[in-house]
Design a protein around this ligand. Structure first.
Ligand SMILES: O=C(O)CCC(=O)C(=O)O
Ligand SMILES: [Fe+2]
Length: 253
C-alpha cells in the first residue's frame, strides 16, 4: 500500500510554536493519548510478538525490533512519524533505532542516564519518540525527567537513585533558561501517549509493579546526520533493503 494511503497512527496533531518552545525549554513534550485505536492495536500485537522472540533469542530482538516485525518496520517512514520528526529536526533526518521497551510485571525500570549525540555541536539534534501504547501511572513504570537537563548536553549523566542524582550531578545546578533549581519529575501517561525527548535529557524509569500488566512501549529515534551515533542499531541487511519509504533515512551520514 502506498505510504500516503496508510491508516493514521496519530489522532489530530496540531503542534505550534508554544509546543516547540516548551519542548526546547523542558527537554520533553508529552502528547497524551495521541495514538489512534488502530495504532494501539497494531503496536500491542507487534510488541507482544517481539516480547516472545526476546524471551527465545535475547535482547537483540528488542534492540532491533523493527527488523523482527513488519508493522514496526513500516512505521519508520510513516508520513505522520516523519512529519513529527521533521517538526523538531527540520527536513534532513536519519532513522537511528527502533527499540522495544516492554516492561513486564516486576520489571526493575532504569536508573538515571542520558544519551550521546554530537555533544559538542548543538546544531545537530537527536530525538526519541516514545510510544507508551498502554500508558503508565506515576508510581508504576513511569518515565522520570529533569526539565532543563538536556541543555547541558552531557551524555554521561548517571545515578543509581533519585537521592544520589540530587546530591550528585544535579546539586547546585539551575535551569539554564529559567534559572530555577533543577527538579526531578515523574510523568503519568494515559494509554496511547507519545512523548518526545531530546537525547541529552536526563531520564529514568520507575519499576513496574508486580501486579501490573506488561507496559507495552517502543521508541523510534531520529537525528540530523553529521556525526557517529553510538545508539544506532541498524543491521547491514536492513540498511541494504529498507522498508518502503525509508530509503533516504538509513545511512549514517
Ligand atoms: O522505558 C522507557 O520508558 C525509557 C527507556 C529509555 O531510557 C530509552 O529508550 O532511552
Ligand atoms: Fe534512555
Amino acid at each position: 500500500m502506498p505510504l500516503s494511503e496508510r491508516l493514521p497512527i496519530f489522532k489530530e496533531v496540531s503542534l505550534g510554536l508554544e509546543d516547540r518552545a516548551a519542548f526546547d525549554r523542558d527537554g520533553h513534550l508529552s502528547l497524551p493519548g495521541l495514538l489512534t485505536e488502530d495504532a494501539r492495536i497494531g503496536l500491542t500485537n507487534a510488541l507482544s510478538s517481539i516480547q516472545e522472540i526476546h524471551e527465545k533469542i535475547g535482547e537483540r530482538a528488542s534492540h532491533y525490533s523493527a527488523e523482527f516485525n513488519d508493522y514496526l518496520a513500516e512505521l519508520i517512514a510513516h508520513p505522520q512519524m516523519l512529519d513529527l520528526a521533521r517538526w523538531v529536526l527540520g527536513p534532513e533526518i536519519r532513522y537511528d533505532h527502533c527499540v522495544a521497551l516492554n516492561r513486564p510485571p516486576g520489571n526493575g525500570g532504569a536508573s538515571w542516564h542520558s544519551h550521546e549525540y554530537a555533544d559538542t555541536d548543538p546544531n545537530l539534534g537527536f530525538i526519541r519518540i516514545f510510544f507508551y501504547v498502554n500508558g503508565f501511572e506515576e508510581e508504576d513504570g513511569a518515565l522520570g525527567v529533569v526539565p532543563g537537563s538536556h541543555l547541558f548536553r552531557e551524555s554521561r549523566i548517571g545515578a543509581g537513585s533519585d537521592e544520589e542524582f540530587r546530591s550528585g550531578w544535579m546539586a547546585g545546578k539551575t535551569h539554564p533558561l529559567t534559572g530555577e533549581p533543577l527538579e526531578i519529575e515523574y510523568l503519568a501517561a494515559p494509554p496511547g501517549t507519545v512523548i518526545l525527548m531530546w537525547t541529552h535529557a536526563a531520564h529514568a524509569v520507575r519499576p513496574r509493579l508486580p501486579d501490573s500488566p506488561t507496559r507495552w512501549t517502543v521508541v523510534y529515534a531520529y537525528r540530523n546526520p553529521g556525526r557517529e551515533s553510538r545508539a544506532r542499531w541498524i543491521s547491514e541487511a536492513f540498511e541494504a533493503s529498507p522498508p518502503p519509504g525509508a530509503e533516504g533515512l538509513m545511512s549514517l551520514y
